[in-house]
Structure formats: structure tokens, C-alpha cells
Write a protein that binds this ligand. Structure first.
Ligand code: MN
Length: 235
């Protein structure tokens, strides 16, 4: 039997509505600039040819309802309300139909972003990791099986901060649809059960600080909430 120098990392899993078994997460892919109005508010052009991606580690996962300590290294923590999809079958170089069939379910997600660090990275043509992949930056609500969600399109996606609506759109405003995203990503990766994809945020992103309460929803899915706490202090 293999022994380890220390306990291997814990499995990070997301509850599934109506089921006792949870969904264990392996990789987290995120789509950039998938709503035209958000790309415009960030001063970016939209690439309608193909989506682009960045990643977060499973250690970035945080469950809905949690308190996120204000993260280190930033003065500009932003909310991004998103539809997450969860892969349920192996999928590689798939057609859109096969890609759609490989989607296990959907959930509400928050792609929390250190916008100042992301902006500095963009300016210097550096990767976005410091801006995007940090502890607590991937907040997930329980997943709903795809068959219970139905076709993606007319559902409203919204986020309020302290009761004030900041983001409000419909999923059919996505430039690249869910099947297209999965099919495209499967040209580059052997996608497998456990892979999550956050599909991008609508317009209305903005800063949050300690004491703020975020509440988001997507029609047909379990809602999501997050409270921003004070900054973590060194022990
Ligand atoms: Mn995002």
C-alpha cells in the first residue's frame, strides 16, 4: 500500500439537488467574455469565432452560504454571476450533440475575481492566475440534473448585492452556448466526469467588500449566496 508524506488533498465535492451522492470536482474551466455587454463594459472585443478559457483549481471551491474572507493582494474584489455546467461522461473531440449529452447538470456559480490583479496581468500580457485562481474564488450552489433544467436559453440569471440588483440577463445572451463550449473545449482536453465549466458572466460586475451579502439565481436552479468577511490575518 502506498504511503504519503502528508495527507493527500481532500476531495472537493458539490451537492446534487435531490440526490444523496455529491459530485466530486476535478478541473474547473472558465469561459471569458461570453456575454457581449460584459465584454463591452470591460473594454474588450468579443470573439464570436471561438470561446477562450482560464482555469481555477478545485482548492478554489467554496460552498454557497459561506463567508469568504476578503482575499489577500487585492483592493478590487469583483463578483461574476455565472451558469456552471458539470460534465458527466468522457468527451473528446465531440460533436455538439455528443457534447450536450455529456452534460450531467447545471448550477449557479460565482467567479470571484481580483480585478486589479487581473487588469495588471492583462497590461503586462501575463497569465490571469493571480486574478482568478485563489481560495474561495469558485463559489458553487448545488447542481441540478440537466434533464430537470431543460433547454438552456430563456432562463433569467441575476445577482443582487445587499438586496440591490447588479447583474440581470438571460442565458440566451451567451455568445457561445453550452454544447458549443463543451464541444470546443473537448478539442483540447479529454473532458471527464468531475470537470466543471463556468460559462461566463453577464454585464454588471462590480466591487464588493467586507459585510456585503451577495445573492444570485438562475431560473430552475438552486440559488447561490456569499457573504464577504474581513480580511484573513496571519496567525
Ligand atoms: Mn467569469
Amino acid at each position: 500500500m502506498t504511503s504519503y508524506l502528508f495527507d493527500p488533498p481532500a476531495i472537493h465535492a458539490i451537492p446534487v439537488s435531490g440526490a444523496s451522492a455529491q459530485y466530486p470536482v476535478s478541473r474547473i474551466f472558465c469561459v471569458g467574455r461570453n456575454y457581449a455587454a460584459h465584454a463591452a463594459e470591460m473594454g474588450n472585443e468579443v470573439d464570436r469565432e471561438a470561446p477562450f478559457y482560464f482555469t481555477k483549481s478545485p482548492q478554489a471551491l467554496l460552498a454557497t452560504g459561506a463567508i469568504l474572507p476578503y482575499p489577500p493582494g487585492t483592493q478590487d474584489l469583483h463578483h461574476e454571476m455565472e451558469l456552471a455546467l458539470a460534465i458527466g461522461q468522457p468527451v473528446f473531440r465531440a460533436t455538439r450533440d455528443a457534447a450536450r449529452a455529456a452534460i450531467f447538470g447545471y448550477g449557479c456559480a460565482l467567479d470571484m475575481t481580483r480585478r486589479d490583479l487581473q487588469g495588471a496581468a492583462k497590461d503586462k500580457r501575463r497569465p490571469w492566475d493571480l486574478g482568478k485562481d485563489f481560495e474561495g474564488s469558485a463559489v458553487l450552489a448545488p447542481l441540478t440534473p440537466a434533464e430537470a433544467m431543460g433547454e438552456i436559453g430563456p432562463q433569467r440569471i441575476h445577482l443582487a448585492v445587499n438586496g440591490e440588483i447588479r447583474q440581470d440577463a438571460t442565458l440566451d445572451e451567451m455568445i457561445h452556448g453550452v454544447a458549443e463550449i463543451v464541444a470546443d473545449l473537448s478539442r483540447y482536453y479529454h473532458l471527464a466526469p468531475g470537470d466543471l465549466i463556468l460559462t461566463g458572466t453577464p454585464a454588471g460586475v462590480g466591487a464588493v467588500g467586507p459585510g456585503d451579502v451577495l445573492r444570485g439565481g438562475i431560473d430552475g436552479l438552486a440559488p447561490i449566496s456569499l457573504t464577504i468577511g474581513p480580511a484573513d490575518q496571519p496567525a
